[in-house]
Write a protein that binds this ligand. Structure first.
Ligand SMILES: [Zn+2]
Length: 317
């Protein structure tokens, strides 16, 4: 499953290609999107923002303001000269009716992905797998195999509990770290590995980062959250932020990299087994102590967890 860093990079690429541009073509086979498009077509509306929230990708779309409404807005008030000039400038720029804003939210689960093409580029997936097609004049965004899509207004999005608010997203500039430490410690009876996966605790952390974060701090992923000190909880949040942020730098690859071995730096070829401390390395020697890495299924969803039994011993109360 793509983790927060992948969705962040996708949102960044889509945002750069689409933001501020009117939609010239829209089609979707997913029912909530097709219905919203039937009611008020997305074509002709403008993309105002593309953002990631944890593992969700959000495309904000607003209708252009009608010229009548704009005129009324400028003429109807007695503005000072400077304010009038500002209003007129604003009116001449592509004015958007933000009260009409709709937010198209997609979740990739295991298989979904967004592709970005320029006119004439061949698609990298089969036509039948395309669920959403969204075009501006110079780019085409195609959502392949996307299983979950919803349409929100700003109000319904603010109320939604599934899609994290920005202060819970470890990659957001408005991420609230002290609040995240509190939420983590509140999961006192959870095993650490399970608590780290909860999107309502730390949005964006997925199964790979979970194991890597625990290894980085030498914490056993099966210990209960209530055995952690306040300081350890703080370090977990800081490390989550640090590891994810390192994977959204401009030159980051599609691969999650938490360990930069000498090999991948010199060959330039990123092998998944070479870019991580423990994830996917069952029975391979620990990069710190040579002890074979262990793997076990953890939690209600039986997600695989990797750890070094020597560097991350079971906590004894
Ligand atoms: Zn070790």
């Amino acid at each position: 499953m793509p983790e927060g860093d992948t969705i962040y990079r996708t949102a960044r690429a889509l945002g750069r290609a689409l933001t501020g541009k009117p939609i010239v073509y829209f089609d979707a086979s997913l029912i909530p999107l097709a219905q919203a498009n039937d009611q008020t077509p997305f074509t002709g509306q403008t993309i105002t923002l593309v953002e990631s929230r944890g593992k969700w990708l959000l495309i904000h779309i607003a209708a252009p303001q009608s010229s009548k409404a704009r005129e009324g807005f400028v003429k109807g008030h007695d503005f000072s000269h400077a304010e009038k000039t500002r209003q007129i400038n604003r009116a001449l720029a592509p004015a958007l009716n933000h009260s009409s804003e709709r937010i198209l939210a997609t979740h990739m689960l295991m298989s979904g992905s967004w592709h970005l093409y320029q006119p004439g580029d061949p698609w990298q997936d089969k036509d039948v797998n395309a669920r959403i097609i969204l075009e501006v004049a110079d780019y085409q965004a195609v959502g392949f195999r996307i299983p979950i899509a919803r349409v929100y207004t700003p109000q319904t999005l603010a109320r939604d509990r599934k899609i994290p608010q920005t202060d819970r997203d470890v990659l957001s500039p408005s991420f609230d770290a002290p609040a995240a430490v509190k939420r983590l410690l509140a999961r006192s009876n959870d095993e650490l590995g399970d608590a780290l996966l909860r999107q309502d605790v730390l949005a964006g952390v997925g199964n790979v980062f979970k194991s890597e974060i625990c290894f980085t701090l030498r914490l056993n992923p099966f210990r209960k959250v209530n055995t952690l000190t306040q300081r350890q909880a703080k370090q977990l949040v800081v490390t989550a932020q640090k590891l994810l942020a390192a994977n959204v730098l401009e030159d980051s690859t599609d691969l999650i990299v938490t360990y930069s071995g000498h090999k991948r730096r010199t060959t330039g070829k990123a092998d998944p087994g070479d870019s991580l401390w423990v994830y996917g390395r069952k029975n391979e020697p620990c990069r710190r102590c040579q002890t074979p890495i262990q793997r076990a299924l953890q939690g209600p969803n039986a997600r695989s967890t990797y750890w070094c039994p020597n560097c991350q011993p079971i906590h004894k109360a």
